[in-house]
Design a protein around this ligand. Structure first.
Ligand SMILES: Nc1ncnc2c1ncn2[C@@H]1O[C@H](COP(=O)(O)OP(=O)(O)OP(=O)(O)O)[C@@H](O)[C@H]1O
Ligand SMILES: [Mg+2]
Length: 502
């Protein structure tokens, strides 16, 4: 058998978009095959077709040499195709164990679910992976990175011949990514094939054997990974050359404008921080370090137990995010699905939602202004849509993220907090977002960027602060940046624990 999965002449159109136009894709046994392309290139659509979630308009699919017509994800799972989807949609009321074994629960002699075995097996699985979860925990209580990890365990613990991973690492840390890669290598050794989708190009070179590239719904390129380099992939993806990855500009940095003084909350302690006008402050740390919690609290989404905040010298009282927004502090959330966008509204409605007041005139909505404002944002961020009326739920993952950004940029913030702003965003669009950050900084906006990508922090920040276990553990200026230093600060507080255990 030359190919375990063979896709031929696949086409799929949605109203106004040709998501896939006569593409092909061949997966060899035991091969880790990267599928690359910009936001909206059609990658997730192909995966959903393989899973029977979308019906293709045209094309043939062969699995282990036999022609199949995917009906639904369950059928494909039974055949041996397990998928980690880009947009996770776990059943939040289930426990971790129920979720991992959904549809294949262990049964006892009288064909009832063997609950004790279910939890025991799950616990063993989690322990084997080195994940510190209790199998009884409900999914609702997990953070987005936890959910991603559970999804990974779920998919790779299936007895599959093909495992599909659509952006598996977009919300997990680098050390967790290493665990995942270890797992992928094991799968490969067992002859299992993997389709790997990621916007992190370095990962592709680390783990993949072969790459296929789509652009605008069309197949453009395929080769073994050893025959291409990073710039080659980027060029084929975007159809043009991108020379610098981080377009950081030197901006004159002004006085301190925003100050946090001895802030205490449930998951952050005694944090003090000054941010200056036009400054980009990167916030580094491991997942769980309390970075999102801290800034969610600053933005009024989580409780502050004590401490003070000042904006332009004036003390702030932030009880809910409305107060923060009114003061000029805006934040994009790391979990765009839960907090960033309203999926059932259109792109225009989403972008305009929080700026309604500004574009009202005499109590009426100024439609012309609304439309041109939205257009400007769509162009600035190169959001790929067929019309402003497209529902956000129909956009590709990266384009949804851009809608979240567009929404806040319209409001001309004083302080902009970006939590993982480029997660799931392709290289071309990342570049656009970085450029936009520079433009904003030049206009005097102070930017706080929480990111798990060290290179991005190093490339774009004027200053990096590091958090570990809810505390600020380090701070460095541009001339002092290094991955090693950041990591040293990021694990502060953990070393002690280890020596205690010994
Ligand atoms: N359910 C849908 N209804 C309408 N259009 C859709 C739907 N799903 C996808 N599309 C459109 O199809 C195109 C391809 O989207 P897809 O999600 O496959 O992109 P992608 O390559 O996965 O991008 P990303 O890297 O951002 O995840 C996009 O233009 C998208 O807006
Ligand atoms: Mg996608």
């Amino acid at each position: 058998m030359e190919y375990v999965l063979e896709l031929k002449g696949i086409s799929k159109a949605f109203p106004g978009v040709r998501a896939l136009d006569n593409v092909h894709f061949n997966l060899k046994p035991g091969c880790v095959h990267a599928l690359c392309g910009e936001n909206g290139a059609g990658k997730s659509t192909l995966i959903k077709i393989i899973n029977g979630i979308y019906k293709m308009d045209q094309g043939d699919i062969f699995y282990k040499g036999e022609r199949i017509i995917p009906q639904n994800p369950k059928q494909m799972l039974d055949l041996g195709v397990a998928t980690i989807h880009q947009e996770l949609s776990p059943i939040l009321d289930m426990t971790i164990a129920e979720n991992i074994f959904l549809g294949r629960e262990p049964l006892n002699k009288i064909n009832l679910i063997d609950v004790r075995k279910l939890y025991r097996d799950t616990q063993k699985l989690l322990d084997d992976y080195g994940f510190k979860y209790n199998s009884h925990t409900t999914m609702r209580n997990l953070s987005i990175s936890d959910l991603a990890l559970i999804e990974i365990v779920k998919a790779v613990s299936r007895d599959a011949s093909v495992v599909i991973m659509d952006e598996p690492t977009s919300s997990i840390t680098e050390s967790e990514t290493m665990l995942l890669f270890e797992k992928i290598r094991q799968l490969k050794a067992q002859g299992i094939s993997v389709i790997y989708i990621s916007h992190k190009i370095d990962e592709i070179f680390e783990i993949c054997d072969e790459v296929t590239i789509f652009r605008d719904g069309k197949w453009v390129f395929n080769c073994p990974i050893k025959d291409i380099d990073k710039n080659g992939i980027i060029e084929k993806m975007v159809g043009r050359e991108i020379r610098e990855q981080f377009p950081k500009e030197d901006v004159e940095i002004g006085d301190s404008i925003f100050e946090i003084r001895e802030l205490d909350g449930w998951r952050f302690h005694n944090v003090s921080l000054n941010v200056r006008r036009g400054e980009i402050v990167g916030v580094a740390g491991l997942v769980g370090a309390g970075r999102s919690e801290l800034f969610r609290a600053v933005f009024g989404l989580e409780e502050i137990k004590s401490g003070e905040m000042f904006l332009e010298g004036k003390q702030l009282r932030i009880r809910e995010s409305k107060d923060a927004i009114e003061a000029g502090i805006l934040m994009t959330s790391e979990d765009r699905k839960r907090e960033g966008v309203v999926l059932c509204l259109s792109v225009r409605e989403n972008i305009i939602l929080s700026s309604l007041k500004e574009i009202m005139e005499y109590g009426l909505l100024n439609f012309r202004k609304e439309k041109s404002n939205v257009n400007e944002m769509i162009e600035k961020l190169s959001i790929k849509i067929s019309s402003q009326n497209d529902l956000v739920s129909s956009l590709s993952g990266g384009n949804q993220q851009k809608v979240v950004l567009a929404k806040w940029l319209l409001k001309s913030p004083k302080v902009l907090i970006l939590d993982e702003p480029t997660r799931g965003i392709d290289v071309g669009a990342k570049y656009e977002i970085y450029k936009l950050m520079c433009v904003l900084a030049k206009q005097g906006v102070s930017i706080i960027m929480i990111s798990s990508e060290l290179l991005e922090l190093i490339g774009m920040s004027d200053r990096i602060v590091v958090m570990s276990r809810g505390k600020l553990t380090g701070e460095m200026n541009r001339s002092e940046f290094s991955q090693k230093r950041i990591m040293e600060f990021a694990i502060r507080g953990f070393e002690n624990e280890q020596s205690k255990a010994e």
